[in-house]
Design a protein around this ligand. Structure first.
Ligand SMILES: N[C@@H](CCC(=O)N[C@@H](CS)C(=O)NCC(=O)O)C(=O)O
Length: 253
């Protein structure tokens, strides 16, 4: 559980569940899906990443990395999407999104987290997003002032001023995705959901990656089990309300 002490104290007065989230953000999608699956009421604070609404003193005062999503639950600030969905499932019992084999379930959430900066983000920025979130010189300066996280500063510097990164960084990202999706493909052979017969947090963690990456042209046609699983996920209300209502088609963002 990642709890943050906000310097923007306004959120400490919030009651109930408040989510700062981005329509096009795969990390936000998993939290919105969890809220729907668990039938929870929540207050939306939409942060438009294309308008760089995350690059403000106010938002960095809530999430010190300037990332979405951020959950505020009764004034307590939680970051990191895979920790947030685990937190919500623990905090609100039924319907449970856990599996009997908690260790394997958690390892899928950890894998999704660990792939984000080295693989998912570079792939998505290189194929679609970088030109859509190009910062003005003023926004670059504000970002440099606010961002204290070295990994994120380094990542964003790779496409500062409209630069596109392809080459080695892209190939490395692609190789990491290929390895992860080969593992997912074999896990889904003969089982409906990632953890067997039950739809769990593992499916919620991974289906936004499929949705976003297929929009970026990732070749999921080579993965028949993943395709079948994604079709089953797409039939759920949480997919419609947590993903499609906010982002109908990632290739058109
Ligand atoms: N590990 C974080 C990653 C969050 C993240 O990178 N969010 C993206 C959208 S999916 C974002 O806020 N991007 C804006 C930026 O990098 O400035 C999580 O899982 O919550």
């Amino acid at each position: 559980m990642v709890v943050v002490q906000p310097t923007n104290k306004s959120v400490e007065a919030f009651e109930g569940l408040h989510l700062y989230h981005g329509a096009i953000s795969n990390c936000s999608m998993r939290v919105r899906m969890t809220l729907v699956e668990k039938g929870l009421d929540w207050t939306s604070h939409h942060v438009d990443l294309k308008k760089k609404e995350n690059i403000t003193d106010d938002y960095f005062g809530i999430n010190p990395k300037g990332l979405v999503p951020t959950l505020v639950h009764d004034g307590v600030v939680h970051t990191e999407s895979n920790d947030i969905i685990d937190y919500l499932d623990n905090a609100y019992g039924e319907p449970s999104l856990r599996a009997e084999d908690t260790e394997t379930l958690m390892s899928w959430l950890e894998l999704a987290t660990s792939l984000h900066v080295p693989a998912v983000k570079p792939y998505v920025y290189a194929t679609i997003i970088a030109p859509k979130v190009k910062k003005t010189a003023q926004e670059e300066a504000k970002y440099a002032e606010l961002q204290k996280n070295e990994e994120l500063s380094k990542f964003h510097a790779q496409h500062a001023g409209g630069k596109q990164f392809q080459g080695e960084a892209f190939k490395e990202a692609e190789a990491k995705l290929n390895e992860a999706f080969a593992k997912l493909e074999s896990t889904l052979a003969g089982s409906k959901w990632m953890m067997g017969d039950k739809f769990t947090l593992a499916d919620i963690s991974w289906i936004p990656l499929h949705f976003v990456l297929i929009g970026c042209g990732y070749p999921f046609q080579n993965y028949p089990n993943i395709t079948r699983w994604a079709d089953a996920c797409a039939k759920r209300r949480s997919f419609k309300e947590g993903i499609l209502e906010w982002c109908p088609d990632f290739s058109k963002v």
